[in-house]
Design a protein around this ligand. Structure first.
Ligand SMILES: Cc1cc2nc3c(=O)[nH]c(=O)nc-3n(C[C@H](O)[C@H](O)[C@H](O)COP(=O)(O)OP(=O)(O)OC[C@H]3O[C@@H](n4cnc5c(N)ncnc54)[C@H](O)[C@@H]3O)c2cc1C
Length: 380
């Protein structure tokens, strides 16, 4: 079949690889990352960063299964593409022993055979002396977890898709039209591309292409970066990625020191205290901004408590956006027999992307997980 994948992010790139390997004639249409985001007037993406947490264990069975399937294949993607993107630093969920996050996650360890170990407050202190926790906090430490460079991962997936014949058009799509014979996709140069079917994987910009809006929600996110020097990066080298259950029920997360393209090393924290919905034109405006000062202040307090001895050389914040459904599940379903949408990574869309891409391809053939349908997303 001739299939167009719209969007070359983690999910679209994974779908394009699965399609190309299966022998389909694939065209991927998606623009490169903007060089100056403050002036860019086109679309953005949720994965423009150097580090995203990757771990199997989750508070839901659905995501533990999907993330497990995805991460199990990514070593192969790295090996076959020759592009390394996964750093196995270990990953940890922390919180009160009987808090909802750890209680629910613990229940998924045995059924999904996750290699995770419970660490008492004393073990946390012994294993991670640079980190400071309140006395009642315990950890669930997953040995094979870590972080993924999402830009490199998308590049690796695309390289493998290209090896199996996929073509890439580095432009934005302006229009998607279905006819009785197939789909017509118009890019922003005005060129029309014809195919039998299409997968739309455009992240937060999905509803710009659909006549009837899909039931997804886009939330503004602010991230705080602390620049650390080489000595501090070495001191924190054994730090795992972390998701921490906070007293307000939110789950701020922290990544260990990562070298960024500007040559500096940053510890990153995210986790907005409240969800702020954005839609339409506001999404682009948000990406062009540098995020929220109030969220930075909130994150600053959490990071200072976790790393009391760390003195950052500098700090800055950035904006991003995440795509959710109300059911905390991805949206992977058919709009019609010829068009599948695949989005709503629910802040797990990098680590889960290879499986979400595979599920998008399966959806084209009518195999759709009941938890990822339009109907499921609309129930509240
Ligand atoms: C601050 C933050 C932290 C996160 N942390 C994590 C984490 O730790 N772990 C994790 O797994 N996930 C995390 N996520 C979520 C993850 O980044 C997303 O779930 C993931 O990027 C979704 O992938 P996607 O392919 O659906 O969308 P995107 O990454 O947004 O990619 C969509 C692609 O579609 C393209 N596109 C858009 N519109 C068009 C158009 N009209 N025509 C052509 N192309 C188009 C874009 O250029 C882009 O390349 C985080 C997200 C944010 C914002």
């Amino acid at each position: 079949m001739r299939i167009i994948v719209i969007g070359n992010g983690p999910i679209g790139a994974a779908a394009s690889r699965h399609l190309a390997v299966a022998g389909h004639q694939v065209t991927v249409i998606g623009p490169p990352e903007p060089t100056d985001k403050t002036r860019h007037q086109g679309v953005f993406a949720s994965h423009y960063d150097e580090g995203r947490i990757a771990r199997v264990l989750d508070s839901t069975a659905f995501w533990t299964r999907v993330k497990g399937a995805s991460l199990a294949r990514l070593a192969e993607v790295e090996a076959e593409s020759g592009i390394a993107f996964f750093t196995r630093s270990g990953g940890m969920m922390t919180g009160p022993k009987d808090g909802p996050l750890l209680r629910k996650a613990r229940a998924n360890i045995a059924p999904y055979r996750v290699d995770a170990q419970e660490l008492s407050p004393e073990e946390l202190k012994r294993r991670f002396p640079a980190l400071s926790f309140e006395p009642d906090i315990v950890g669930l430490h997953e040995v094979g977890a870590g972080w993924i460079n999402p830009r490199l991962m998308a590049r690796a997936q695309s390289a493998l898709a290209a090896r199996f014949g996929a073509k890439h058009v580095p432009l934005e799509v302006r229009d998607l039209t279905e006819t009785s014979e197939g789909v017509i996709v118009t890019d922003d140069s005005g060129t029309q591309h014809y195919a039998d079917a299409a997968i739309v994987a455009t992240g937060p910009f999905l509803n710009q292409l659909l006549e009837t809006p899909a039931p997804i929600e886009v939330y503004a996110r602010t991230i705080l970066f602390w620049e650390v020097d080489a000595a501090e990066a070495t001191r924190l080298a054994r730090m795992p990625t972390m998701v921490m259950e906070a007293r307000n029920g939110r789950e701020p997360y922290v990544l260990p020191p990562i070298l960024y393209p500007d040559g500096k090393t940053y510890v990153k924290i995210g986790g907005d205290p409240v969800d702020r919905l954005i839609s339409g034109k506001d999404i682009g405006d948000w990406f062009r901004s540098d995020g929220s000062v109030n969220v930075q202040i909130h994150l600053e307090a959490i990071l200072s408590a976790l790393l009391p001895s760390t003195k950052p050389l500098s700090r800055h914040r950035a904006s991003c956006a995440v795509t959710f459904t109300r059911q905390d599940r991805p949206l992977i379903d058919r709009l019609s027999e010829r068009i599948v949408v695949a989005t709503a990574g629910c802040a797990r869309g990098v680590k889960a992307s290879d499986e979400l891409g595979r599920m998008a391809v399966a959806a084209l053939a009518g195999e759709i997980d009941p938890e990822t349908t339009f109907t499921h997303a609309r129930t509240s």
